[in-house]
Design a protein around this ligand. Structure first.
Ligand code: NAD
Length: 372
C-alpha cells in the first residue's frame, strides 16, 4: 500500500465541507489539506485562519496551477459539479464529488464516462452508506439473515420552516428540490441493499413559495418540489415506498426522522439515523426490539476514528473520506463511485418524469459497473 503524503484540495468550503470533508480528511495519517478554493471572500479568509492553510484561491484553475494536488473534494452547489470535476480530472486529480453528482442523468453519464476514462479514482459522496446501522443491515441482507426482502420503506421527514433556503430552492442551481437534496441518498442506499430499481411512479409538490429570506427580506420564490413520494419496483421483486419532505415533521428527538425498514421473509430490520449505533430487529411474528450494532460494523475497517468519540450522528460521516483515501492508496475503485452517482440520477430523473406525467416510468439502462 502506497503511504506517501496525499495532497488534497478542498473546493467549496461551506456547510458540508466544514462539517464532513475537512474533519474526515484531517483524521487520516498522511493526508495534507494542501489548498482551498472558495469564491466567498469572507468565508475564504475565515477558513484560512481557522484551518491554517496557506494556499487559498477563489477559482479552481488558480489552485490547480499553484499547487500540485493529488486529489480534490468538491462540495459546491450542484450546478458547478460538472465543470469542476472536468477541470480536476484534466489536471490528473482523483475526485470526490458531492451528491447529486450532476444536474440530470445525461450530465452524470458524461461525468461517469470522463471519470472512468481518466484512470483516476472517482467517488460520489453518498454519505449514508457509512452509517453504522447501515453497515450492519448490509451484512444482514447479504448473509440472508432476513430472507428475501418483500417490502421496504424509506422516509426522510424534516421541518425546515417556510423561509428561503438559498441555492437549494432554485432548479438552475440544484437541478431538483427535495429529491436531489435528500431523496438521492435514499435511492443510493436502497439500490446498494436491494439491487436495481426497474420502474417508479411518483408525486411531487411545492408546498410553500419560500419568497422571504431568513431575515424576512423578499427574494425570488422557489421553483422546485419540497415534498416528493414514490413507489419503486426493484428487479428483485421487492417493492419500496419512499417519502421525503422539508415541511413534514418527523418523530425523532430533533423533530425530524430518517428511517429505512426492510421486511424480509424471515425477519424485519429498521435503521433510524438518530440512533446510528442500533437497529430495531424482529424475527417474523415477533415485535421489534432494539439491538446494538456489533462492534465490527461501528466503523469501516481500519478507519482512523474511535466510534465512541463525538456525536455518532455526525462522526460516521468521516468514514467517507477514509473510503476515498483508501481506494486511492489501494488502487481500487471507490464505493460509491461516479457510477453510483449516475445510477441514482437515472432513477431520480425517472421519478420526476413519472410525477410530471402521472404514470409509471421504466428506468433507462445504465452502462454496467465494474464493481457495485
Ligand atoms: N453528502 C451529504 O450528506 C451532503 C450534505 C450537505 C450538502 N451536500 C451537497 O454538498 C454540496 C454543497 O452543499 P453545502 O450545504 O455545503 O452548500 P453551501 O452553500 O454551505 O456551501 C457551498 C460552498 O461552495 C462555494 N462555491 C460556489 N461556487 C463555487 C465554485 N465554482 N468553486 C468553489 N466553490 C464554490 C460557495 O461559496 C459555498 O461556500 C451540494 O452539492 C449539496 O447537495 C451533501
Amino acid at each position: 500500500m502506497n503511504q506517501d503524503v496525499l495532497r488534497v484540495g478542498l473546493v467549496g468550503t461551506g456547510g458540508v465541507c466544514a462539517g464532513v470533508h475537512y474533519p474526515g480528511l484531517r483524521l487520516i495519517p498522511g493526508v495534507e489539506i494542501a489548498g482551498i478554493c472558495e469564491p466567498d471572500e469572507t468565508l475564504r479568509q475565515e477558513r484560512q485562519a481557522e484551518w491554517g492553510i496557506e494556499a487559498v484561491f477563489d477559482r479552481l484553475d488558480a489552485l490547480l496551477d499553484a499547487v500540485a494536488l493529488d486529489a480534490v473534494c468538491i462540495a459546491v452547489p450542484n450546478v458547478y459539479h460538472y465543470e469542476l470535476i472536468v477541470q480536476a480530472l484534466d489536471a490528473g486529480c482523483h475526485v470526490l464529488c458531492e451528491k447529486p453528482l450532476g444536474m440530470d442523468f445525461a450530465q452524470t453519464q458524461e461525468i461517469y464516462a470522463r471519470g472512468k476514462a481518466s484512470g483516476r479514482r472517482h467517488m460520489t459522496a453518498f454519505t449514508y452508506r457509512f452509517v453504522p446501522a447501515m453497515n450492519y443491515i448490509r451484512h444482514l441482507v447479504q448473509t440472508g439473515a432476513l430472507g428475501a426482502i418483500r417490502h421496504a420503506r424509506f422516509q426522510r421527514l424534516q421541518d425546515w420552516g417556510e423561509r428561503a433556503i438559498g441555492w437549494r430552492q432554485y432548479k438552475r442551481y440544484a437541478g431538483s428540490g427535495e429529491l436531489g437534496d435528500m431523496g438521492i441518498h435514499r435511492l443510493d442506499f436502497a439500490e446498494d441493499l436491494l439491487g436495481p430499481i426497474e420502474a417508479v411512479c411518483s408525486a411531487a409538490k411545492q408546498l410553500v413559495p419560500r419568497d422571504q429570506t431568513r431575515e424576512g427580506q423578499p427574494c425570488p420564490p422557489q421553483d422546485v418540489e419540497d415534498w416528493i413520494a414514490w413507489i419503486a419496483e426493484f428487479k428483485s421483486g421487492t417493492t419500496g415506498v419512499f417519502e421525503m419532505g422539508k415541511l413534514s415533521k418527523g418523530h425523532g428527538p430533533q423533530g425530524d426522522h430518517d428511517l429505512a425498514e426492510f421486511n424480509g421473509e424471515d425477519a424485519s430490520v429498521v435503521y433510524r439515523l438518530h440512533a446510528p449505533h442500533e437497529v430495531l430487529f424482529a424475527p417474523r411474528g415477533e415485535p421489534y426490539q432494539s439491538q446494538p450494532v456489533p462492534a465490527e460494523f461501528l466503523k469501516r475497517p481500519n478507519a482512523p476514528r474511535d466510534p465512541s468519540v463525538g456525536d455518532p450522528v455526525q462522526t460516521f460521516r468521516y468514514d467517507q473520506a477514509w473510503e476515498f483515501v483508501s481506494a486511492i492508496r489501494e488502487g481500487r475503485d471507490c464505493v460509491p463511485s461516479f457510477y453510483h452517482g449516475m445510477r441514482a440520477q437515472a432513477v431520480a430523473d425517472s421519478i420526476l418524469q413519472a410525477a410530471a406525467e402521472r404514470r409509471w416510468v421504466d428506468i433507462p439502462d445504465c452502462p454496467v459497473s465494474e464493481r457495485r
